[in-house]
Design a protein around this ligand. Structure first.
Ligand code: NCD
Ligand code: ZN
Length: 451
């Protein structure tokens, strides 16, 4: 069979669009594959023919119509799954598009991401959802599964048609960017999740705990003389939702957990047998509020970066299994909206492209967890929590979604090299270890680091 391959390089980066006039056949030779079941790495070849992994074995031999990748220096994880990205389309294409955002995610090693609903319009109806699906079909480089909004236009005002939307290919419901203040909507969404397995995914922020917000309450809010967000804003609302979960049942997933008290509440709820899961971001496990004094609004994010105690509790939460996954909260913004006074600038970081390296540098290099655990937090666990089939494990018959890692690579973060439209990162100029060097999605190379 003749394979026609056209590769289009995006300016100044290495994310390619491969268009194949036939099925791509790939043999990855000698990589160190993660085996979650036996808690080890094994050296094997992986044969990919079509969208799935056809064979995993020692010394696989093939005809010369295969692309052969020498992976003996690399570790291989199932493609990373990111439970929290803001792709901004429709409505905020000046910040990011599905095209640019999914390519940034591919560069970060992600093969499946859940898109957050704070877009304009938000995915709050079948019609809006269908429009989003067709945009994804047209321009996504990897798999995108939408999170629908809980309320119309994430306004907090009218709950969506939960039952009908649950029949669609969505992950769950969230008003992320905003909390769901209305207790009845929390109740209804949790109730709906019992049969549909579409969880309530919460941005837990009790806005009555502060007036304007901006940064962590304490040292940093005093330094800038602005209103601070206290830990209560997060953990009060998590506690409220845990209480409702206890009455109603269903599945509650908490986004970007950042404070020590929240981890305790979630741990206790898990110990009581409630179906509660949570994610933490690379930034909340690696940075403290001190960097907000150093870097200003470029380090402004919601929830705000917190104290050393909070960071340590989050890491312990990862070690003890309270934290289910690492999710980026990739929140790209135009640079003008970050170059503003701290109380006016937008919240959020462009995080997809640094996520693995940040987590590896701050968790694995420091021996807080091992590489197998990190891969689990980035792939296996999200696939289990959100019932995603044929992903999250490197296995024959599963989707050929793979992330290849070079652990020996050290590099300096340069936002000018980001594929994302969002250049807003607090890691600018920092040295990180470990790099994604190739991402394979459904049997296609969607990212390859330049040699
Ligand atoms: C997110 C955004 O910009 O949409 N910002 C952020 O600081 N995290 C919203 C969110 O995830 O809450
Ligand atoms: Zn949020």
């Amino acid at each position: 069979m003749i394979v026609i391959r056209i590769s289009v390089s995006l300016a100044a980066n290495n994310v390619r669009d491969f268009l194949y006039g036939g099925t791509m056949k790939i043999l990855i030779k000698g990589g160190k594959l993660v085996d979650f079941q036996n808690n080890c790495f094994i050296i094997r070849d992986i044969l990919i023919d079509g969208k799935c992994i056809k064979k995993i074995d020692r010394n696989i031999r093939v005809q010369d119509d295969f692309k052969v990748i020498d992976a003996k220096d690399f570790y291989i994880s199932p493609g990373f799954i990111d439970a929290h990205v803001h792709l901004r389309e429709p409505g905020f294409e000046h910040k990011e598009t599905i095209y640019s955002g999914t390519r940034a995610c591919a560069k970060g090693g992600f093969t499946h991401v859940f898109s957050m609903p704070n877009t304009k319009p938000s995915p709050d109806s079948i019609e809006n959802l269908n429009d989003l699906f067709s945009r994804i079909n047209e321009s996504a480089a990897i798999k995108v599964t939408p999170v629908a909004s809980v309320t119309k236009g994430i306004s907090g005002e009218k709950v969506v048609d939960l039952k009908n939307l649950s029949k669609e290919n969505i992950i769950g419901f969230s008003d992320d960017g905003n909390p769901v203040n209305n207790i009845d909507y929390v109740y209804k969404t949790l109730l709906n999740s019992i049969d549909t397995r579409k969880p309530l995914i919460t941005h837990s922020e009790d806005k009555s705990c502060f007036e304007v917000g901006a940064v962590n309450r304490g040292k940093v809010s005093e330094y800038y003389n602005v209103d601070g967000i206290p830990n209560e804003a997060e953990f009060n609302m998590i506690q409220r939702d845990v209480d409702i979960l206890e009455q109603v049942g269903g599945h509650l997933h908490i986004c970007h957990v950042s404070s020590k008290e929240s981890i305790d509440i979630i741990r206790n709820a898990k110990l009581r047998g409630l179906n509660i899961t949570c994610e933490v971001t690379p930034h909340h496990l690696s940075l403290t509020e001190d960097i907000v004094i150093e870097k200003g609004a470029m380090a402004k994010v919601n929830p705000p970066l917190k104290t050393k105690d909070d960071v340590e509790r989050i890491i312990k939460g990862i070690q003890e299994g309270t934290v289910d996954m690492i999710a980026t909260d990739h929140a790209p913004h135009e640079i003008e909206s970050k170059n503003l006074p701290i109380d006016k600038a937008s919240y959020g970081f462009s995080g997809a492209e640094t996520a693995f390296s940040v987590a590896y540098t701050y968790l694995v290099k420091t021996r807080k967890i091992n590489l197998i655990e990190l891969f689990r937090l980035l792939s296996y666990n999200p696939s289990k929590v959100f019932n995603i089939e044929k992903e999250g494990i490197i296995k024959e018959g599963y989707f050929a979604n793979l992330t290849l890692i070079n652990l020996r690579k050290e590099y300096e973060v340069k936002s000018s090299e980001f594929v994302s439209k969002g250049k807003n990162t607090p890691y600018e100029g920092m040295k990180l270890n470990g790099k994604v060097i190739m991402t394979i999605y459904n049997g296609e190379i969607v990212f390859e680091e330049e040699k």
